[in-house]
Design a protein around this ligand. Structure first.
Ligand SMILES: Cc1cc2nc3c(=O)[nH]c(=O)nc-3n(C[C@H](O)[C@H](O)[C@H](O)COP(=O)(O)OP(=O)(O)OC[C@H]3O[C@@H](n4cnc5c(N)ncnc54)[C@H](O)[C@@H]3O)c2cc1C
Length: 556
């Protein structure tokens, strides 16, 4: 597949590679210091109530300086909100989107997961929905709502084709990236990476999708208002949500009245310690939060709860990548800061993060490999790979491309970020560099090499084809560190995205989509379908937009 990525974008986006994605994730962030309760503190122990449990006094009518009427009010300008704005507006609804920030917020590299699409058809790729949905549900501990997940599987192809038409009309191209051949943790090749065109050139890889939705939505009459955070919902005597009150940067209150619905698209809670402590305490163990916008703190969650909405049961799933430090680790030996091995390293991204934090007992570990690592890595990609073990290379490209990409990452990392990448001629010297006891590291490597020679990993039962001995110097260590991307659990919703009470009753007029909406994931985030988080924003945003405009037709 020929790629027409301009040099500017190659440089700007650090190329289409795992390193690029991770670099982007880090660079795109300007995290705020988390406010509220300190990490690990549990409010319940103090007898105090949580923010979402205490409904604030309504803002007085005479404090409202302006009142604006619309049909659909969307709160939040991320992937889900901007998509919904376009979908509703292009189907005839009058739409206003209010955004807290001065910019739209986007993440990733424009990569959207879909179970089928015309781009996949062109490549002759077809997936079994039954198998992939079963993998999704089982990764979620069977605690997600299957009817909501099934809706995604029904709608994904239609919505992805709409998105492809839109992106191509805006001069973008699609590259589908490789998945993983693993039989244990397969990841299907369904990540539709979009690049190119004037909007892509003008913005970044991270947010061009949102700006494309905005540009298209404005063409059909939607209005986008920046620096206008919603602070309270407006409900009538029956409990129906009829609008929201926002506060502009001068402190003035503006009331938006929405006759057809208010959509919460306010993203996740990863910058709220209060929510993390209550619903996703595992996230306190990551090395860093990899930025969910300029810091989503659960505004939409709070407003939903104050209006009578319920949350899905905890623990809420955390989307984590082990790329908070070095971006390459492969399937090689991992040692914790004590120099001990603690897990089967040939696993998927979530498994690596949790393994380091839970079994390694630390916020980082080290991946250790020897001089032959490129040959070993190439061999491992026959039956392994997937996110960051392989790279985001084009479907159909040679695995050697992944090796070349990772070689660049490691060699550059040794120079540019020496805190995360270390190399030495002997294991003793390497141990000094990574600050572990040299005797401990040596003993761990000897034991690991003995398992490699035996051909069976009786310590952690890593598949034998991933047992590569560490014998010939120079030896390299890459720091494996979990980063939190998003907490993808939240507000209890119906299959039509209505916010539900604890008794499963819809709150009329109120909807939630994207990361602030719950139920489609639980316990853990499944990446057998790479990019399905954007994929769910696409499906939920498009379907709800159509629904609010009165044109949605349920797929069979
Ligand atoms: C670095 C990084 C890379 C990622 N890469 C990928 C990827 O490649 N593929 C993938 O599938 N997923 C990826 N994700 C996951 C990603 O979070 C979601 O897929 C997606 O961006 C969520 O979109 P959203 O619309 O739900 O929320 P967000 O994108 O978080 O948008 C929410 C918006 O609501 C606004 N807001 C919040 N409160 C208010 C308020 N009170 N009033 C008005 N506005 C408000 C926020 O400012 C924000 O703009 C990545 C995440 C990160 C952090």
């Amino acid at each position: 597949m020929e790629l027409n990525i301009s040099r500017r974008n190659l440089l700007r986006g650090a190329a289409v590679s795992a390193a690029g994605v991770a670099a982007l994730g880090m660079a795109a962030c300007s995290p705020q210091a988390p406010a509220e309760t300190a990490a690990g503190e549990n409010l319940a122990e103090t007898g105090a109530k949580h923010t979402w449990e205490v409904k604030p006094e309504p803002i007085a009518a005479d404090a409202i300086t302006q009142s604006v009427d619309t049909e659909v009010l969307i709160i939040g300008g991320g992937y889900s909100g901007t998509c919904c704005a376009l979908s509703a507006a292009e189907n005839g609804a009058k739409v206003i989107l209010v955004e807290k920030d001065a910019v739209l917020n986007g993440h990733g590299v424009g990569g959207t997961g879909a179970i089928a699409s015309r781009a996949l058809d062109d490549l002759g790729i077809k997936f079994d929905k039954s198998i992939e949905m079963e993998r999704w549900v089982s990764t979620c501990g069977s605690r997600c709502r299957e009817s909501l997940v099934a809706k995604w599987f029904r709608e994904s192809e239609r919505c992805m084709n709409w998105f492809l038409d839109l992106a191509e009309a805006n001069g973008a191209q699609c590259m589908v990236t490789v998945g993983s051949n693993s039989t244990v943790h397969p990841e299907i090749a369904c990540y539709h990476f979009m690049f190119g065109g004037p909007i892509f050139e003008e913005h970044t890889m991270a947010d061009f999708v949102e700006y494309m939705f905005e540009a298209e939505a404005k063409k059909v009459g939607a209005e986008f208002v920046y620096e206008m955070p919603a602070v309270q919902l407006v409900q009538d005597e029956s409990g129906k949500v009829t609008g929201a009150i926002c506060q502009d940067k001068d402190g003035n209150y503006v009331q938006y009245n929405a006759s057809k619905g208010v959509v919460l698209a306010t993203g996740d809670v990863s910058y709220s310690d209060e929510y993390i402590n209550e619903f996703a305490p595992i996230a306190n163990k990551v090395m860093t939060r990899l930025c969910s916008d300029q810091g989503n703190v659960g505004d939409g969650h709070n407003m939903a709860a104050w209006a009578g909405g319920a949350f899905q049961d905890g623990p809420w799933p955390t989307m984590m990548h082990p790329q908070a430090a070095a971006t390459f680790h492969g399937p090689f030996l991992f040692v914790n800061p004590e120099g001990k091995r603690f897990m089967n390293e040939a696993t998927w991204v979530q498994g690596k993060c949790l393994g380091v934090m839970v079994n390694g007992g630390a916020d980082h570990a080290w991946s250790i490999f020897d001089k032959n690592w490129q040959t070993d890595l190439l061999g491992s990609l026959e039956t392994g790979g997937g996110m960051f073990w392989d790279t985001f290379r084009a479907y159909g490209s040679e695995p050697q491309e992944a090796v070349d990409g990772h070689t660049g990452t490691v060699e550059n990392g040794l120079v540019d970020v020496p805190a995360y990448y270390k190399r030495a001629d002997t294991l003793e010297e390497l141990a000094e560099l990574i600050e572990v006891d040299p005797a401990e590291l040596k003993a761990t490597v000897e034991r690991y090499n003995a398992l490699c020679a035996k051909g069976e990993d009786t310590d952690f039962f890593k598949e034998s084809q991933f047992l590569f001995p560490i014998e010939e110097g120079p030896f390299t260590a890459c720091m494996v560190a979990p980063g939190l991307l998003a907490v993808v659990g939240g507000i209890h919703i119906s299959d039509n995205f209505e916010v539900l009470t604890a008794d499963d009753e819809p709150i009329p007029g109120l909807y939630a989509i994207g990361n602030c909406a719950g139920d489609i994931y639980a316990v853990d985030y499944p990446i057998n379908i790479q990019g399905n988080s954007h994929g769910r924003c696409l499906v939920q945003g498009k379907c709800l937009g159509e629904q609010l405009a009165g044109v949605y037709q349920e797929q069979n």
